[in-house]
Design a protein around this ligand. Structure first.
Ligand SMILES: C=C(O[C@@H]1C=C(C(=O)O)C=C[C@H]1O)C(=O)O
Length: 421
């Protein structure tokens, strides 16, 4: 029997319409249901309802290709006008696995049917629909239920077992070519009732307003680390590495900040992370600025050493292409990358899922923000009463296992608090 070769896949084109709206109030409160995507910082950002299209991405490069094909066929029916703010119009939200070779999870890109956004004093509403679908009607906001009592249990490794893994990593750093490796652990939280990510988004975006609060397909958190933001040709990356947990006392915090800024262990750990970002960005950028020394970034639970790297991005390098070049940075993997990655797979006993992978959005111009999915949890798709929380620490030769465990506990605080009663 003869079969004819398949022709090009005919996808319906996406129709995109954006209009200015009155201020919608807090974005977290405007999320219609538990599947709504969120991206919020300092009260600004976007929420995305429904799905006009979805893609299981095998890699960041594959995601970029899919985005490009859709983008090239868009029909823009109306746009915001005035200054063309990034994020108005067509947007794809995404969340990527940390290591495709060591996970049961999948990376995803979602194009919502309805986006509500707020930025720079303006608010907008974008609808996106396949040309063969009817216009969407305004969704009803479903009530948010509390999860009830929540209990926490260790993941595969107990605290002491994880300390053992850290000690093993320190040993390898002293005796092999490994310079730095980031080891993470998980906590499993089980609630009485299903966990509604909107409640977490609302709490996190208030408590951690300077972080990027996100929810994409069950992965929810508030991260302080920006892998790459591309806006009007400028690329920015906020690199974090080196952490101290805060005390309850402002005077003591000041002393802690000073000791962090002078700690050779933390400065070494930080330097690896900055170098990995600067090297990866260089081929796609010009005029890069890498500050000589980090500053101390204050969050309610921890202090971090931080460096903001800025550069002019090549016109053809989309935010997703830049994220593909940067992931995994030494802030969440280690140095050298390949050895750190295999060490993680061997020592962590953890499926990182989409924790520590890029999470964010891209618009039709290729502008966008891809943060590193930290300080987060993954709601179980089959049993939404369960959420896995993750926290990791950069390990270098001078690391102390007990101190690293304490650091991981501090990094779990935002999610634990957001889940509490
Ligand atoms: C890996 C995490 O955080 C990373 C590790 C840091 C460190 O070890 O000092 C600091 C910020 C992040 O780059 C995490 O929060 O899970």
């Amino acid at each position: 029997m003869r079969t004819s070769a398949p022709g090009p896949v005919e996808r319906p084109r996406l129709l995109v319409a954006t209009e200015e709206i009155a201020d919608p109030g807090p974005l977290a409160d405007a999320m219609p249901d538990a599947a709504t995507t969120a991206w919020i910082r300092r009260g600004e950002g976007m929420i995305g309802y429904g799905e006009a299209a979805r893609h299981k991405a095998t890699s960041l490069a594959d995601a970029e290709q899919w985005w490009r094909e859709l983008r090239d066929q868009l029909v823009v029916e109306s746009a915001l006008g005035g200054d063309d703010l990034p994020g108005t119009g067509f947007v794809a939200f995404g969340s990527f696995v940390f290591d495709p070779d060591n996970t049961a999870a999948e990376s995803v890109l979602i194009i919502p049917e309805l986006i509500i956004g707020r930025r720079a004093g303006r608010a907008w509403r974008t609808t996106i629909r396949p040309s063969d679908a009817p216009p969407i009607s305004a969704p009803r906001i479903e009530p948010v239920e509390a999860p009830g009592a929540v209990t926490f249990a260790d993941g595969k490794l107990s605290g002491p077992e994880w300390e053992q893994a850290v000690a093993e990593a320190v040993g390898r750093i002293m005796t092999t070519e490994l310079d730095k490796v980031v080891l993470a652990r998980e906590l499993v939280a089980i609630a009485d009732s299903p966990i509604d990510p909107r409640r977490l988004v609302s709490r996190l975006s208030e408590e951690y307003a300077t972080c990027w609060t996100y929810h994409v397909d069950g992965l929810v958190g508030a991260t302080p680390e920006m892998l790459v933001r591309r806006e009007a040709g400028l690329a920015t990356s906020r690199v974090l590495a080196g952490t101290i947990r805060r005390s309850a006392d402002a005077g003591q915090d000041l002393a802690l900040a000073a000791s962090l800024a002078h700690s050779s262990k933390d400065l070494e750990e930080h330097e690896y992370a900055v170098t990995s970002v600067a090297r990866a960005l260089a081929p796609y950028c010009s005029g890069m600025n890498v500050p000589d020394a980090p500053y101390v970034l204050e969050l309610p639970n921890v202090l971090h050493l931080a460096t903001d790297v800025t550069a002019v991005a090549a016109p053809e390098a989309s935010s997703l292409a830049l994220a593909a070049a940067l992931h995994p940075s030494a802030a969440v993997c280690g140095t050298p990358t390949a050895l750190a990655r295999s060490t993680i797979a061997e020592l962590e006993h953890l499926d990182r899922d989409r924790y520590a992978g890029p999470v964010g959005w891209i618009d039709a111009d290729g502008d966008g923000e891809w943060a590193i999915a930290l300080r987060c949890g993954r709601i179980d798709a089959d049993d939404p009463r369960q959420i896995r929380l993750y926290a990791g620490c950069g390990i270098v030769g001078g690391s102390n296992p007990e101190a690293e465990l304490a650091e991981s506990v501090a990094k779990l605080v935002p999610m634990r608090d957001a889940l509490a009663g």
